[in-house]
Design a protein around this ligand. Sequence first.
Ligand SMILES: [Mn+2]
Length: 258
Amino acid sequence: MTRPKIGLSMLYCLSQPFKKMIQQIPKQKTAYIELVDDGLHELNKQRTNLLKDIKTTYNLRYSVHAPFGGVNISIRHGLLSNATMKRLKKSIVWTQALDSYLWIFHPGMMTGISMFYPGADWKRNINRVRLLARFARDIGVEIALENVMGMFVMKNVDDFKKFYSETGENIGIALDTGHANINGQLENFLAELPHKIVHVHAHDNDGKSDNHLGIGYGTINWKSVANLLQKASYGRTIIVESVANVEQSIQKLEQLFS
Ligand SMILES: [Mn+2]
């Protein structure tokens, strides 16, 4: 049986200073740590060096979540788009410097002017995903697109299918269980695009708001998720992205796949 690796995103402590966050890394009961390159935990050269030392000392594996606060790769204006792409490319550079196995980012989203230009956000999303994919490929970083919700242009299985058929790009999916649950898409992703999934963000919710609850604290049927992942021989990482009950969530997932 292929067994996924259970890890933890440091998102749960994003309100704490960077120094506090890195002190918590060695205390985790997993070797797979997802770093969030945003807010107080934004990466830079000095921080990357620190994190590299921790990685070597404790024999860890890192993935990096791209900046997402106020980030929209579909943004129309050239100045905003240039700044966004510059920041995201820097994040890919830190991902490589940390020898991380994956960089996870969000697709573009619609804005207040989108209704006047149907399809324009989708088109820009494709162009910019392609630019980021090329940049990452050139420096040897694997990237994955996350399914999001609300105003984002890639939420459902059909959006991803459309993306693959229009681009022919071979970018994996970072399946976010909480976001998919809100869109009623969780089982669809697992059943229809199982071999595109290269990463999983595990957190729970009530099916309405994205509150990143601990595993088992919302309406997700985790038994079914585990069964479908096993059916697909999923053996990559499942990262707990809950902001509460994180230790318990790791334990629950370990049990589900034991
Ligand atoms: Mn996520």
